[in-house]
Ligand binder design. Structure first.
Ligand code: CMP
Length: 134
């Protein structure tokens, strides 16, 4: 079905100057960028976005990383956009990411892993609302 998902190009990939290359992958896969903005996240915004991970041991490092530089935030729309974006991204840990995926090609570590994508329909709805409102 036609879905929307939230995507973030993280500070490592913005610093590597590969926003355009990642956008091209979205577009070639049939995902349309229907909203986008660049942002320097505040600590409060990053903590709120990743609130489900608050108790995890990596939470502090994740928040520090996400506020270390600008991010590019976008809403992707297309058939099965949530799963399709996750296929394009590859596994969370770039060491496990399949060849040709965004994380295999651009990510350095599980924290600096180039991109975020919503993991399900409910998450997508909440994450889109978090950054773009209704
Ligand atoms: P992301 O999809 O943005 O969601 C949470 C992020 O936490 C994840 O990508 C990783 O960058 C980061 N992270 C760090 N360590 C872990 C871990 N052990 N498991 C899952 N995510 C982790």
């Amino acid at each position: 079905s036609l879905e929307r998902t939230l995507s973030i190009i993280k500070p490592d990939a913005v610093a590597k100057n590969v926003i355009g290359e990642i956008y091209t992958r979205f577009e070639k896969a049939g995902l349309k960028i229907v909203a986008a903005r660049m942002a320097q996240l505040s600590r409060e915004e990053a903590e709120g976005f990743y609130a489900v991970h608050r108790e995890r041991p990596f939470f502090g490092a994740l928040v520090e990383f996400m506020i270390s530089g600008p991010v590019m935030i976008q809403v992707l729309e297309g058939e099965n956009a949530i799963a399709r974006n996750r296929e394009l991204m590859g596994a969370t840990n770039p060491k496990d990411a399949a060849p040709g995926t965004i994380r295999a090609d651009f990510a350095d570590s599980i924290d600096a892993n180039a991109v975020h994508g919503s993991d399900g329909a409910d998450t997508a709805k909440n994450e889109i609302a978090y950054f773009f409102g209704a």
